[in-house]
Design a protein around this ligand. Structure first.
Ligand SMILES: *C/C=C(C)/C=C/C=C(C)/C=C/C1=C(C)CCCC1(C)C
Length: 239
């Protein structure tokens, strides 16, 4: 981004529009969070450095995509493709965070690949639903996506990963628990946004007059920055 670009980026920010405002704030918050995570790297020993690096990559990838999504949204274009490219990069990285935290407790790359495949299924089905792929309804694709989501939630909350975390105890268990809460509560914001933004749901859902991008932007801020901070806190407390 050149300086002139940056000035016009600020200059044409109509902050009274919630779509524009949340993209603008999202870009700034994700950029600031990335700087925070990257600059904190030297204070941690090598055991934690990869986790903190991944936290920074998640917010940095989002910051770049937010810059382009805001541009698309404010010039009347669609954000769907950029949104899903962002998610397809960042959600698997969140799976990596689970794996890195539980590695000392015995998590294997097999656990990691199951999480990643489930998250890719969740996102690809969601994308199909938003774009009406093969004439399928948003409800049908959303159901398939939701099954993948529940499977991820099951793995981290009840399944093998929960058991590994419980056996490890201490700060590992605590960090795992908090990340799990993000998956159960924070990630539930997305299917809500999806139902608000697509057709074929109950009337009361269709009646909600909030822009889908705004819901997704709030979800991203909570989940991407929150996830990173949980990892950061775990790293600090283990020093
Ligand atoms: C940083 C981005 C994150 C954490 C994105 C998470 C996205 C989801 C958990 C999306 C889930 C969806 C469903 C469970 C059903 C409807 C379609 C989706 C893709 C919105």
């Amino acid at each position: 981004m050149t300086l002139t670009n940056f000035i016009s980026f600020i200059g044409n920010a109509d902050l009274s529009d919630p779509v524009n405002f949340t993209f603008f704030l999202g870009t700034m918050a994700m950029t600031a969070a990335s700087a925070f995570f990257f600059l904190s790297l030297p204070q941690f020993d090598s055991k934690w450095r990869t986790s903190i690096l991944v936290s920074g990559l998640i917010t940095f990838i989002a910051a770049v995509h937010y810059y382009y999504m805001r541009e698309a949204a404010t010039s009347g274009g669609v954000t769907t493709e950029i949104r899903y490219i962002d998610w397809i990069l960042t959600v698997p990285l969140m799976c990596v965070e689970f794996y890195l935290i539980l590695k000392v407790a015995g998590a294997t790359t097999k656990h990691l690949s199951v999480l990643i495949w489930a998250s890719l299924g969740m996102l690809v089905f969601g994308y199909f639903g938003e774009t009406g792929f093969m004439g399928g309804s948003a409800a049908l694709w959303g159901l398939l996506s939701g099954i993948c989501y529940f499977y991820i939630a099951y793995l981290v909350y009840f399944g093998q990963l929960a058991k590994l975390a419980a056996a490890a105890g201490g700060s590992v268990e605590k960090a795992h628990k908090t990340l799990t809460l993000f998956v159960l509560i924070g990630w539930a914001i997305y299917p809500l946004g999806y139902m608000i933004g697509t057709d074929g749901w109950y009337d009361f859902v269709d009646a909600i007059n909030v822009n889908m991008d705004v819901v997704y932007n709030i979800g991203d801020a909570i989940n991407k920055i929150g996830f990173g901070l949980v990892v950061y806190a775990a790293a600090v407390s283990s020093k």
